[in-house]
Design a protein around this ligand. Structure first.
Ligand SMILES: Cc1cc2nc3c(=O)[nH]c(=O)nc-3n(C[C@H](O)[C@H](O)[C@H](O)COP(=O)(O)OP(=O)(O)OC[C@H]3O[C@@H](n4cnc5c(N)ncnc54)[C@H](O)[C@@H]3O)c2cc1C
Length: 468
């Protein structure tokens, strides 16, 4: 199906009331996905609508931009986001160019999306407008402090009680909904790495750095000894968003905190291009990498509560796939609930959502972390091997992710499995393969009719299909 399809999908046969806890990227995307198919959505956001927006860089990989294009947001995105093709790999200490990965038009056709750079606040604004346009109500300064036992009711800090048919917990890694399902607060275990996030005016940094980053909207990586930098142009190329990854034992810091770290004091051992970024950057926001418990269930046992986005699978800061998985989650939830024609289906749709999303999101999380640790490898034989492989490709004029002739290229594998994945198609497939069968079984009042397998078996089979 085309990435430009379905400006307005058919409404679900039955409309329900949905409370979305959290008005971040995932909460807004959930409101759009569910609102597009006719559900009545209220977002409850504890902040005032400004404090929950960040001005750091945010990368949209093709699997994410394609969904936003489906939702008719391509033009709006293109007005603020930059479409990127090259990723440049350099050495942190010397500035040597190790090689490049060019995401060329032809390659991206396969994914039906684009690589784009924007900021959290720009994306947040686009999604807010789109959520409102689908009829969602967005309530700011509305902090949820309790979710009732056995019921779909929430209490706000003001004492107001609200109810709905389902509660979508999009309140992030430290939120109430995740804690409710886990049975305790999960503050995460620091992994010994911190990201320092900053912005710098392009005109203030040395020509070399600005040239390579802003030219062709390149993503710029610097690979160092236990440290790394990812930089990308934002704000029409007038600013560069830079993320510094360093080995550091800290548990403090989260998105939304004030930028309170003096970037110029960060690291004295980088090359002069990077030094000029640190010397001219805004104060930095520090966020530690943390390992969170993997949630066995995203759906609450006793109430119609499902967690989604960072609440279900917390990513590390600055992650490529974190925002993408949040939007994919929302799109799948919307697709499944587009088939709702009786409230009896709600539970099975929530479990189908979990089955469709868990392996994919957890896999993306794992590979995002591996990628960061690969670019910040400590000096030694493995780092030398990595650098020499890159130099070899560079000298052959080849893309870094290409493999030798005759071999399946890693690039294509990545394009197909990560960037080419169409989560909405997967949700449609679930409906055709399993949802309709369950419908027939339900209509004949025989839970096993037409299936020959129990619901539990079905869940396992769906999971296996995704992993395969
Ligand atoms: C302020 C902020 C700035 C960010 N900036 C960037 C960035 O620049 N680049 C980047 O790559 N990623 C950024 N992120 C992270 C990014 O949003 C996530 O990685 C991803 O997009 C998915 O997020 P999410 O919506 O699932 O969760 P989150 O982004 O964590 O959003 C959760 C939302 O829930 C709200 N909330 C929490 N508890 C409650 C409650 N009890 N009641 C009501 N509301 C509640 C929070 O205020 C927040 O708005 C930022 C996140 C935040 C919160």
């Amino acid at each position: 199906m085309s990435a430009q399809r379905s400006a307005i999908p058919l409404p679900a046969p039955l409309s329900i009331d949905v409370l979305v806890v959290g008005g971040g990227i995932c909460g807004l995307a959930s409101a759009i996905a569910l609102g597009r198919v006719g559900h009545r959505v209220t977002i409850l956001e504890k902040e005032d609508g400004r404090r929950n927006r960040g001005n750091s860089g945010l990368r949209l990989p093709p699997n994410m931009s394609k969904i936003l294009f489906h939702w008719g947001l391509k033009e709006k995105l293109q007005r603020v986001a930059l479409t990127s093709q090259p990723t440049l790999f350099t050495k942190y200490d010397s500035g040597e160019l190790l090689g490049a990965q060019i995401w060329e038009g032809e390659l991206l056709v396969e994914t039906r999306g684009e690589f784009m750079f924007t900021t959290h606040s720009e994306l947040h604004k686009i999604l807010t407008d789109a959520a409102l346009a689908t009829g969602a109500t967005i309530r700011t300064n509305a902090e949820v402090v309790e979710i009732a036992d056995d019921e779909s009711k929430v209490t706000l800090s003001t004492g107001e009680v609200l109810s709905a048919d389902i509660i979508v917990g999009a309140d992030g890694p430290y939120g109430l909904c995740r804690a409710d399902i886990l049975g305790r607060r999960d503050t995460g275990t620091p992994m010994g790495v911190a990201m320092y996030d900053m912005l710098v005016r392009t005109k203030d940094v040395t020509t070399n750095f600005a040239k390579v980053t802003v030219k062709d909207n390149a993503q710029f990586l610097a690979l160092g000894n236990g440290r790394a930098v990812v930089a990308l142009p934002v704000h029409n190329g007038n600013d560069i968003a830079a993320q510094w990854y360093l080995r550091e034992e800290t548990a403090e810091g989260a998105y939304g905190d004030p930028r309170s770290h003096d970037a110029s004091q960060l690291d004295l051992d980088c090359n002069s291009d990077l030094r000029s970024v640190l010397d001219h950057a805004t104060p930095a926001l520090r966020i530690p990498f943390k390992q969170f418990d993997e949630l066995e269930d995203w759906v609450h046992d006793d109430k119609p509560l499902v967690v989604i986005g960072e609440a279900a699978h917390p990513f590390c800061p600055g992650s490529l796939q974190g925002p993408a998985m949040a939007v994919e989650d929302a799109a799948v939830l919307g697709k499944l609930f587009s088939h709702l024609n009786t409230k009896d289906q709600i539970e099975s749709f929530l479990y189908a959502f979990q089955d469709l999303r868990q392996a994919r999101a957890n896999g993306a999380l794992k590979s995002d972390i591996e990628n960061v640790f690969t670019v910040m490898l400590e000096d030694g034989p493995i780092q030398e091997m990595r650098d020499n492989m890159m130099r070899q490709k560079r000298d052959q004029g080849a893309n870094l992710l290409d493999q030798g002739e005759g071999e399946e290229s890693k690039l294509w594998e990545e394009i197909r499995t990560v960037f080419g994945y169409d989560c909405e198609d997967e949700a449609d497939n679930w409906w055709v393969e399993w949802g309709l069968l369950r419908e027939r079984a339900r209509e004949t009042n025989d839970p096993e009719a037409g299936l020959g397998v129990s619901f539990a078996t079905m869940s396992i089979q769906v999971n296996e299909a995704i992993v395969a």
